[in-house]
Write a protein that binds this ligand. Structure first.
Ligand code: SF4
Length: 381
């Protein structure tokens, strides 16, 4: 991967901004990703703003270098900065040179594209690009500025962590200013959150309190949560937000209580199940527009992938997503090697491939994302 602005900052990597892929058409409804034949167009650098805990702004979680910092510069200037333009150019020339092709499954699809021709030449993608370039205003804000969480998953961190009170204060002041700006008023989607647990965070809860139908009439909110605190009572407390709730994604990573206990440390599987029943009811009554279950795959839980699909089906969810574990700074190389069952030298790799042969993964609401190449390999073998 090439450095965007010539700096090499160490970065907090979060895997949570994952895409919605409709298998047949290859169109991401909210995120504007298209693929026709060898052509790929990722709309994120043209539409998405991700705010990190330290004020850094990125276009997605897979390009680690920031475009700038909102604690130093105006957010509009950052959005129109030279770094932002360089990244957009790399999508237009199809090089995707700043993207992480190992973990971003959109970028991974660009390995065989024809490069250097500017606009790709596919009429549908052409018109989409032209449309996006001519109106390059952010469409989606991904809030990832508070990593506080009520649990500590084996795939993510080693202990429960909350940000200090002084940082909570600073971030609340920052978002208070941010939501007054015209720049954010026309944004269509808020993603809460791209890091940390929305309902365990004083910062995100404060943000939710500030959203209202008069000031943000067209807003849609996508939640990514572990679901443990999204109780019927919490839902009722958020009444003012109900008009905007779009998609609720729940990260679960297990299908059985024993595995859940191991991988979602500090979580309570029975409590989660109760909340899932309530959320499933909300979905049936169209109180949210989509319900997704998510699963980070590694050595501790890959054996339950099939059961997880069945769990999702039992709760009538719209999407069941799987993704590979990524290497956080919290892991040593040895720890990561032990978890990364997708690595061909891992002792359980063959068992992992065997599980992927199950026809259940053909179901239309199952999305294997960056696991797809492994499934293709396993079906060929
Ligand atoms: S890494 Fe590149 S292709 Fe992937 S989401 Fe980010 S901008 Fe899009």
């Amino acid at each position: 991967m090439i450095s965007v602005c010539g700096t090499q900052k160490k970065f907090f990597f979060s895997p949570t901004a994952i895409d919605i892929l409709t298998k047949k058409s290859y169109i991401f409804p909210n995120l504007n990703y298209k693929r026709r034949g060898a052509m790929v167009f990722c709309g994120r650098p043209f539409e998405n703003i991700r705010i990190e805990w330290d004020g850094s702004i990125r276009v997605c979680c897979y390009i680690k270098e920031p475009l700038g910092n909102v604690f130093q510069d105006d957010i509009e200037d950052i959005w129109n900065s030279g770094c932002a333009k360089k990244i957009r150019d790399s999508i237009l020339d199809q090089s995707y040179k700043y993207c992480d092709k190992k973990f971003c499954h959109i970028a991974a699809r660009t390995n065989n594209v024809v490069r250097g021709n500017g606009i790709p030449g596919d009429s549908e993608i052409d018109s989409d690009m032209k449309k996006t370039i001519s109106s390059c205003q952010p469409k989606r804000f991904e809030f990832a500025h508070d990593h506080s969480c009520n649990i500590y998953c084996a795939s993510c961190r080693k202990r429960i962590s909350h940000i200090p009170k002084s940082t909570v204060k600073k971030l609340i002041e920052f978002q208070e200013d941010l939501i007054k700006k015209d720049f954010i008023r026309n944004v269509e989607y808020f993603n809460i959150s791209g890091a940390g647990e929305p309902f365990a965070s004083k910062v995100y809860l404060d943000l939710m309190k500030r959203i209202n139908q008069i000031e943000f009439p067209k807003l849609k909110i996508d939640f990514l949560t572990n679901g443990l605190l999204l109780t019927p009572r919490m839902w009722k407390n958020l009444e003012k937000l109900h008009y905007a709730v779009n998609v609720i994604n729940i990260s679960i990573d297990a299908a059985a209580e024993s595995t859940y206990k191991k991988v979602r440390r500090g979580g309570d599987f029975k409590r989660l199940q109760k909340n899932l029943e309530h959320l499933s009811q909300l979905r049936t009554n169209n109180k949210c527009k989509g319900l997704g279950f998510r699963y980070v795959v590694y050595s501790e839980n890959f054996h339950e992938m099939v059961e997880f699909v069945k769990l999702g089906q039992r709760f009538n969810c719209d999407w069941i997503y799987f993704q590979l574990i990524v290497k956080f700074s919290a892991f040593t190389d040895n720890e990561y090697r032990r978890l990364a069952v997708h690595n061909k030298n891992h002792p359980a790799h063959k068992d992992f491939l065997k599980i992927l042969r199950d026809p259940i993964f053909n179901e239309k609401n199952v999305f294997l994302q960056n696991i797809n190449p492994f499934r293709e390999k396993s079906l060929k073998s």
